[in-house]
Design a protein around this ligand. Structure first.
Ligand SMILES: Nc1ncnc2c1ncn2[C@@H]1O[C@H](COP(=O)(O)OP(=O)(O)OP(=O)(O)O)[C@@H](O)[C@H]1O
Ligand SMILES: [Mg+2]
Length: 254
């Protein structure tokens, strides 16, 4: 009976399997920029006419890269590409496991990252429906999420941490937290890094991949952590608020 490639390469002892070696090399080269599956997703998005051009990176991070892109209409888009190879999402499975919307996913690397991308997309849809300032969700293909660009003349708005802090920013953020809670969601990764400030003082929530529904067993814990992160940040600039009173404001029904 013919031996499989694997058996043949191990049968000879130390002889390296050339095709596997080449495959590894190819993966290595591709993973420096985009891996094969990501490239396929990007090319599908372009063929569908959602994105005409990926222009330049606006942010490169551990979990994702964000690109400025152009739509066929000429308008600007943001494309978030979740990283697979160095993905830290595996450690963050808790955010998915307790969320009934994503209870049935398979636990390989790709599926976890895809689930985070789906989660971010549907959380952005919740924001859109509830009138919470956030990027407009436009299209999702695997680990590639296309959304509205937050910024002007090709420059993204600053993150909260990059602005000269003002008290009214805090009001607008807490109002968003309240609305989001009213819409059944907790951001769960809220901080001065995941809020972008528009020129008119509008606070936009971004990076909603960790956002959970209220049925999540840790939803309240995450909500309190979000609120504390924000209050502690503003406190440094002299805008102190009482935690209990703020929670009451958020949890209060209209
Ligand atoms: N819709 C958008 N329009 C313009 N810029 C954006 C948009 N979304 C994100 N950015 C920019 O990209 C940065 C990173 O985005 P995001 O917080 O969603 O990624 P991330 O998951 O934190 O990535 P990492 O943790 O790997 O840095 C933001 O701080 C912001 O500067
Ligand atoms: Mg972020």
């Amino acid at each position: 009976m013919a031996k499989s490639m694997e058996e043949r390469s191990s049968a000879g002892g130390k002889r390296p399997d050339k095709s596997r070696y080449q495959l590894k090399q190819r993966e290595k080269i591709e993973s420096e920029v985009f891996d094969r599956r990501t490239l396929i997703h990007i090319s599908k998005i372009m063929k569908k006419g959602i994105v005409k051009n990926l222009d330049y990176p606006v942010s490169t991070g551990k979990e994702a890269n964000i690109f400025a892109a152009t739509a066929p209409s000429g308008s600007m888009l943001a494309v978030k590409i979740y990283k697979i190879t160095t993905s830290p999402f595996f450690r963050k499975k808790d955010y998915i496991i307790g969320d009934p919307r994503f209870a049935k996913i398979k636990w390989n690397e790709w599926e976890v990252v895809y689930a985070f991308a789906r989660k971010e997309f549907s959380n952005l849809e919740v924001c859109e429906r509830a009138g919470i300032p956030a990027p407009k969700p436009l299209f999702l293909e695997g680990n590639v999420l296309v959304m509205g660009f937050l910024g002007e003349e090709g420059l993204p708005y600053p993150q909260l941490v990059q602005t000269v802090c003002e008290g009214r920013f805090l009001d607008s953020i807490l109002e968003n937290v309240r609305k989001l809670y009213g819409a059944g969601l907790v951001h769960a990764d809220l901080s001065e890094y995941n809020v972008m400030m528009g020129n008119d003082g509008t606070a936009y929530f971004i990076d909603l991949g960790q956002g959970v529904v209220l049925a999540h067993p840790k939803a309240m814990e995450y909500l309190e952590r979000d609120v504390l992160n924000i209050l502690n940040f503003f406190k440094k600039f002299g805008f102190a608020r009482d935690f209990a009173a703020t929670m009451k404001f958020i949890l209060e029904k209209d």
